[in-house]
Write a protein that binds this ligand. Structure first.
Ligand SMILES: Nc1ncnc2c1ncn2[C@@H]1O[C@H](COP(=O)(O)OP(=O)(O)OP(=O)(O)O)[C@@H](O)[C@H]1O
Ligand SMILES: [Mg+2]
Length: 323
């Protein structure tokens, strides 16, 4: 059964200024996936997450999350999911240390005694907070508070986790720890994750599926690999070859090639071959085999893979800038 199955969710804020934040969004997510919700500032990502987590009542539409009705059983949805908001200070008590904060919440999520202590120690360790365990929340950095909020929400061991910009504000180690934790929750504990991010490389690295929102509308929703393939356009593969070797003749036998060019390299006898391909993954191995057969030594090779930046470029037109 799908862990999320919502249809026609809509939300209008009366304003001023009045704003349709989400317009009839339908989304089905099978259990065990990591869905990246991407879109420009104000696209409606946070509003959609709040509706799916049972925190905000949709104006229209409905469906189920964890099998519960998102409107009529919103309280059950709220109790069954974890949500970490970008300004996730809610639930952090400044009169308790970092560890005490987690210990305070553990029984709320059904964790007591040794199990609670173990889980808290594990989350502190994994989110690089062990050395801050006895510190007051006011004395830790914004990124550390964010990781504390994440630790708190993960005490619950829920099957579905919503993370709204989980790595925003974090330094390189923080980003790494949060990404590793998300992957581990998903791979080893079967947790389904819905996350938003403005870092395309993060979405590509983590998400099995991508949903693209723009101006409140869902533009597309598909597995990440498929979405990347869908923006296929001709891309260059550039190889520097050290000679002597045999030169290619037209037509070349490498698959998916649109055209190729040959130029002299920096060193005498070297050549730079640029092959324009519709499918870099298919052309590259065939090109490498040809280079070896033709007697060249490969000095370097670069290619330009499709990325989610290309997806964005194709699906979301740049805003018109008034002159
Ligand atoms: N409480 C509110 N009252 C009025 N308008 C709101 C409210 N919350 C959000 N909006 C508007 O709804 C639209 C969608 O906002 P939302 O926060 O869902 O976008 P987002 O995709 O999460 O953006 P970001 O990437 O900046 O976090 C925006 O135009 C925003 O100004
Ligand atoms: Mg947001």
């Amino acid at each position: 059964m799908a862990i999320i199955a919502v249809h026609d969710l809509a939300k209008h804020y009366p304003g001023p200024p009045a704003k349709t934040a989400v317009e009839r969004v339908s989304l089905i997510l099978p259990e065990g996936r990591i869905l990246g919700l991407l879109g420009e500032n104000g696209a409606g990502k946070t509003t959609l997450i709040k509706m799916m987590a049972g925190l905000l009542r949709p104006d229209s539409g409905g469906g189920t999350v964890l099998g519960y009705d998102v409107v009529r059983q919103a309280h059950r949805v709220r109790a069954g999911v974890s949500l970490v908001a970008p300004t996730a200070d809610v639930g952090i008590d400044n009169n308790l240390t970092v560890r005490q904060n987690l210990a305070f919440w553990a029984p709320v999520y059904g964790l007591t005694g040794r199990r609670a202590r173990q889980r808290i120690a594990e989350l502190l360790e994994r989110l690089y907070l062990t050395d801050k365990a006895e510190a007051w929340p006011m004395h830790i950095s914004a990124g550390q508070r964010q990781r504390l909020a994440l630790a708190r929400s993960l005490l619950a061991e829920n099957r579905l986790v919503f993370l709204d910009e989980p790595t925003n504000k974090l330094d390189a180690d923080g980003v790494r720890s949060v990404r590793d934790l998300i992957r581990d929750l998903n791979t080893h504990h079967g947790v389904s994750v819905v996350l938003t991010t403005h870092v395309m490389e993060e979405a590509e690295e983590l998400c099995t599926d991508i949903a693209l929102l723009s101006q409140g509308r869902l533009l597309t929703h598909m597995p990440t690999a498929e979405l990347l393939r869908s923006v296929a356009r001709v891309r260059p593969i550039r190889a520097t070859l050290a000679g002597p070797g045999v030169l290619p003749t037209d037509p070349v036998s490498w698959p998916s090639v649109d055209r190729w060019t040959l130029e002299p390299g920096d060193q005498p006898g070297d050549r730079v071959i640029t092959v324009w391909s519709h499918d870099v993954a298919a052309t590259t191995p065939a090109l490498l085999r040809w280079i070896a057969r033709a007697g060249w030594r490969l000095v370097r090779m670069t290619s330009d893979r499709p990325s989610l930046d290309d997806v964005f470029e194709q699906w979301i037109p740049a805003p018109e800038v008034p002159l």
